[in-house]
Every structure is written in structure tokens, then in C-alpha cells.
Design a protein around this ligand. Sequence first.
Ligand SMILES: Cc1cc2nc3c(=O)[nH]c(=O)nc-3n(C[C@H](O)[C@H](O)[C@H](O)COP(=O)(O)OP(=O)(O)OC[C@H]3O[C@@H](n4cnc5c(N)ncnc54)[C@H](O)[C@@H]3O)c2cc1C
Length: 504
Amino acid sequence: MSEYDYVVIGGGTAGSVIASRLTENPDVRVAVIEGGPSDVDREDVLTLRRWMGLLGGELDYDYPTTEQPRGNSHIRHSRARVLGGCSSHNTLISFKPLPSDWDEWEQAGAKGWGAVQMEAYYARLLNNIVAVDEADRNAIARDFVDAAQAALGVPRIEGFNKKPFDEGVGFFDLAYHPENNKRSSASVAYLHPFLDRPNLDIWLETWAHKLEFDGSRVKGVHVRTKEGEEVLVKAKCEVLLCAGAVDSPRLLMHSGVGPKADLEKLGIPVVHDLPGVGENLLDHPESVIVWETNGPIPENSAMDSDAGLFVRRDPEHQGPDLMFHFYQVPFTDNPERLGYERPEHGVSMTPNIPKPKSRGRIYLTSADPEVKPALDFRYFTDEDDYDGRTLVDGIKIAREIAKTEPLANWLKREVCPGPDITGDDELSEYARKVAHTVYHPAGTCRMGAVDDELAVVDPELRIRGLDGIRIADASVFPTMPAVNPMIGVLMVGEKAAELLRGDA
Ligand SMILES: Cc1cc2nc3c(=O)[nH]c(=O)nc-3n(C[C@H](O)[C@H](O)[C@H](O)COP(=O)(O)OP(=O)(O)OC[C@H]3O[C@@H](n4cnc5c(N)ncnc54)[C@H](O)[C@@H]3O)c2cc1C
């Protein structure tokens, strides 16, 4: 059987939600085309605290970045190749996007996606979203929370999703089951309970490589199965593209949908000139400051980065303008390239830019669909150097916290950048060169108003100028939420399912 009502390309974070919701109706037949294997019974995937072990492994598409003259050219972008997508690999930090994040989308032309309308989709989420369990709260993370509160005067937050905030420090909400540290990923929450639905077919280890058109209507998708068979999987109603912020624009461009001149240069026949495909590449860049501790720290944790801090430096700013994860490990992977050494015991604070101003781009370098696309984030290229300056402020604030009790008592010395690096230029140079990603690429098929020619999808997630296809994943984000994006992606999935059911 290779004809369905709906074909969902990508059984990842958003794709799992959509497939689950559509198949609640037993008369609707759905195929999910998923490049990776199942996560069922895979302890390496399902155990949240093992997330670092998946980085760069067999379940990671592992995309390199292009040369970043002002940033770190060595960043590898992990993207999960497994059912549940990145929600099967990530740290499951769960933030409902702030009202100002949704309202910014609406102002960017995403009519109907404002904070008031979006609230209902959060209430529908099936994931088990809970605060880091008491048993997982490490003593040093607790002392980080107390020290940040004392040093900066920010409120302590218990339950970041209870109400909107501009500033605050506390333990995160996570989508997990504290009793056994198991994930409550999109696949666990939305697919595992329903795998026996006769109207749901999940094509695992099957790669979608080209859309099939009839004029401007998308009829289906050409896939290569695990056995190497080429199949055209047809959709009677619609195709849903949910391959994520890297692979959704990649598949479109290989199918002839994208910036005309770029496609022609590579000899890809142009089906539909859509200049916005691959543009507006967003991320949350982050730097790192590492301390050696006086000795080993306790073992308990949910996933080694359980607490965080939000700061608003500019009182006029909508929402926080600086964020920190607190890592209970010395995260020196990038500083080591500059000659720093990993201490045996240590912790890290990571200044993160909630609303970065730099914008990047994804593009193809070959007509061969096997060749990975180029990811040029153009990190720290914004005109006023807002992004670079934010990291410098972050290092200074992190140092204030480190000097404050009860955290100060744990710390032996600052390893990197080290106490001798104090000038803004030196701090900026260090912060940018060791910057890493927290794996939040988004925005590359951005949603916008119906008459916005650079938008890729309209507010109903339909691709401009095509029929029979919508996109629903992190690629449709018009702008980056100030908070970690996974819950926003799940909510995009819930809203997409509702739009589809409404139309049906
Ligand atoms: C290591 C890591 C840590 C993170 N931590 C957090 C966090 O703590 N909190 C947070 O909010 N966010 C976090 N994120 C980001 C968050 O997980 C992502 O933004 C979100 O999951 C993206 O969802 P998506 O549906 O857009 O794509 P994905 O979840 O990546 O889904 C895409 C799916 O499509 C499949 N696919 C792609 N191309 C094809 C193709 N051509 N054919 C068939 N299948 C295909 C993939 O295998 C994948 O399953 C993290 C991400 C990573 C990688």
C-alpha cells in the first residue's frame, strides 16, 4: 500500500504529533516516512541522562557549519535520525514560548499565531512536563540558584511555565519521567501508545528524497526504503513536511522548490521559484565559562544541566535578553581547541543569546541529494555586534555569580577564559571562538503573511504557490522564541493537526 490520505515526512518532534492526532480518526490513513529507526526499547535513546552519548553517533545526521569568520567554525549540528527526531536526543528542557514570542510571530505576519490563540495548544500537549525532581536536584545546582538570586536580585522561579517571566533563576521543567529518568519525547508521548493503530504506517529507515508534482500540486514523495527499494508514496489529501529546519528546506530544494538562480546553478530543474527557502536560519548561540571545583560534585542529576537563569539587561526589552544554562560538568570541548585543559572536576555557566540578531542561510552545494547542505549561520555578523556584546555581558555576570556564596565555596579557580582575560575585546574574542550551539536551528521555511514574497509558508502552513503540501516543524518559525524551542515545535504540530482536521 503506497497511497494514504496524508503522508508525513519526518517522524520527529512535530511529525509525531501530527501523525498521532490525524490517526485518532480511524477513517484517515497516514504514512510517516522516517529516516531513522524506532526508539522503542532503545535504552540509549530513551534514558534522558544518556543524551551526550548520542552526539555524533550513528543516530546523528551531524551537519557541519561553514567557515564562521567571527564565530566557531568547528560547530557540528546534531540532528537526530530516530523516531521522535530531536526530542529523542535532546535534553527535553520544556518552556512554553513567552507571550512576547508568539506576539512577535503575529507581528511578522503569522496571523492567528498570537499568544492568546496559542495558549490552547500548550494545554493539549501529551508530554509529561514536570519540574526537575527533588532527587535530581544536585547540591551545586541548588547553590548556583541561590547564588544567582543573591548576586543579581532576580526572582527564584519554581515552575517556569506557570506564568510569563522576564527574569528568574531556578530548576527547569523537563519532559521526562523522574522515577526512571525516561524521556517523554514526542514519540514516547504521541506514538508509542498508538503503534497498533491499523490506519498508521510508519516507514522506518526510509529516506524521502524528492517530491512528486502534478503541476503545482504535490502528489506524494519518492522514498528509498531500508531495503533500497524506490517507492512513490502518494497522498490523496496532503503531504506534511516535518523533516526539521535543515532537512525540510533541503528536500524542497532537491525537489526544485527554492531560490531559482541557486537551483539553476546546480542544474536542478526549477519547479517553483521560492526565494525564502533556506533563508532566515536562526539559532541560540551560547558561550561557556568553566570553573574547577574543589573536588568531585555529587552524582545526582536529571541530565547534567538542570537549572538555568534568565536576565533582562534592558528594561525596555520584551522578555529576557540573556540566558544561562548551568552545567554540572566542565564543558571544555571548544575551549580545549584554544589550549585550555579540562579540569578533573568542574562546572560551567553558558551565556546564551535569547534573541540573536544575526541571520544565516542553508543552501545546497550539489544536486546530489546525498551531499549534506551547507549551514552558514553567520554567527556574530549583526551590524551592531549585539550578539557578541551579549556574550561579553554574560561572562561578566557569570563571574559575579561565581563570586557569591553559597556557590563561591565550591569553586577552586576559573579555568576559562581565566581571570587574566578581562577586557571587552579579549572577552568577546574568547566568547565567540569557543561558542557552541544548543542545537536550536529554526526559521529556514519561515511563515509570513500571504503577500510576503520571502515567506515560505502562509499562516495556515501552506507552501506559497503550491497545493497539497504544508510544512510543520522548527523551520516555519518566523523568529526565535527567547526560550528553548521544543515546546514551540510541539505546539506547531498540534496547531497543524487542527488546521488539517478543520480543512478535512
Ligand atoms: C542535542 C540537542 C539538545 C536539545 N535540547 C533542547 C532542549 O533541552 N529543549 C528544547 O526546547 N529544545 C532542545 N533542542 C532543540 C529541539 O529538540 C528541536 O528544536 C526540535 O526537536 C526540532 O523538531 P522538528 O520537528 O523541527 O525536527 P526533528 O525533531 O529533528 O524531526 C525531523 C525528523 O525528520 C526525519 N527526517 C529528516 N529528513 C528526512 C528525510 N529526508 N526523509 C525521512 N525522514 C527525514 C529525521 O530523522 C527526524 O526524525 C535540542 C536539540 C538537540 C539536537
